[in-house]
Design a protein around this ligand. Structure first.
Ligand code: EPU
Length: 348
């Protein structure tokens, strides 16, 4: 494998060796990758793939590394999609079809759209990460998910060795999931994502305190809704540039009704939401808080005092330390409630 890498290196493809990933993962864990490459266009990606047998060698695509926990060095190639550009593809009536490169910062893209009054993404303001990573976990917040706004995406299919277009319905979107996680993990490299937005806002306000805070504002534009969401997020979630974290560490578990009834018998106040026939979603934050982990800190790792679903690196924590901390939370929640929390963060 090494000689393939060496071969690539001498062909002057921008392939760096032994690169620190500290600034490439939002936990700020200090690990190294053997090789690192950025592609800025589908053609540059083709060039790398022509020389490097990505199907047989370890590789990992990192957008901005907001959903990853490294527990050690990466013995392979880290590939960063750096495709830029935001373009209008089509305008008809109030509808605007907008395309964004995978390498665009997600919140920069949302801000740009809101400033142009292309509405639909306001509730997804301030979510860390890149445009290309957003479909992978079908990012969602305050009643809107990426799947509600995405039209199609462009990707490279490593199995068929060609560029493909995947329509929204092809992506298997679900709560914090898509085919890019299961069953097609590692098959596609997303290069561009296309959204259907509108100049005629249909604001989604029915989540928690969103409506109350939005209505208090003097104006009711898309920018106001964006600001409302930003205010809520800032009051609950840590700033990643201050405290290393990956947002929600676990998913909110969906349990069968009888399981929920058992919990409710002992905790009448348990928050819950319907999640399909006979299924109930319980906030993981509540389970973690009840298990005694809200605001708890061990060494350099802790849960965020205002949202215990977020695990924070208070400085210098190793990936293994963060992982072990998360496992202790998981064990305690399972012992107390019989619910096995599923990680949202990918552990490597
Ligand atoms: N709660 C507690 N204790 C707390 C905090 C929350 O019991 O300290 C309970 C409350 O009942 C609250 C409920 O949890 O009503 C839900 O809390 P919140 O509105 O903060 O949302 P969440 O379900 O914990 C999800 C997403 C977040 C997203 C928010 C808002 C997941 C795994 N997380 O969190 O996404 O911002 O909803 O839509 O679905 C992320 O994925 O990184 C992320 C931050």
């Amino acid at each position: 494998m090494l000689c393939i890498f060496e071969h690539l290196y001498f062909r002057m493809i921008a392939l760096e060796k032994k690169v620190s990933l500290k600034t490439w993962n939002s936990f700020g864990v200090d690990v190294f990758t053997d090789f690192f490459a950025v592609f800025r266009s589908p053609e540059e990606l083709d060039e790398i793939l022509n020389l490097f047998d990505i199907a047989r060698n370890p590789f990992l695509v990192i957008g901005e590394g907001n959903n990853l926990l490294f527990t050690g060095d990466f013995a392979g190639l880290v590939l960063h999609p750096g495709v830029e550009g935001i373009r209008i593809l089509e305008e008809e009536g109030d509808t605007v079809i907008v395309s964004a490169g995978a390498g665009e910062n997600w919140d920069h893209f949302v801000k740009y759209c809101v400033e142009k009054n292309w509405c639909g993404l306001e509730n997804l303001s301030l979510i860390p990460g890149s445009v290309g990573s957003a479909p992978i976990q079908n990012i969602g917040a305050y009643g809107v998910e990426l799947r509600d706004r995405m039209e199609y995406l462009e990707a490279y299919d490593l199995e068929e060795k060609r560029r493909v277009v995947l329509q929204n319905a092809d992506c298997g979107f679900g709560y914090r999931t898509s085919i890019f996680k299961e069953p097609s993990a590692g098959r596609y490299i997303i290069t561009r994502v296309v959204f259907r937005l509108t100049r005629k806002p249909d604001f989604r306000l029915d989540y928690g305190e969103v409506r109350a805070l939005f209505e208090k504002r003097s104006r009711h534009t898309a920018e106001d809704l964006r600001q409302t969401i930003i205010d809520i997020r800032r009051s609950k979630l840590p700033e990643t540039d201050q405290y290393g974290n990956a947002g929600s560490f676990f998913k909110n578990p969906v349990v069968a009704n009888p399981v929920f009834k058992c919990i409710e018998a002992n905790y009448r106040e348990v928050p819950h939401y319907p999640a399909g026939e006979n299924m109930v979603k319980i906030p993981a934050a509540w389970l973690i808080e009840q298990a005694g982990w809200k605001g708890k800190r061990i060494g350099n790792v802790g849960t965020w005092p205002f949202q215990p679903l977020v695990i924070v690196n208070y400085g210098g924590a190793a990936g293994k330390e963060i992982y072990e901390f998360s496992e202790r939370i998981r064990e305690d929640v399972e012992t107390k409630f019989g619910i096995a929390l599923e990680r949202e963060v990918q552990v490597l």
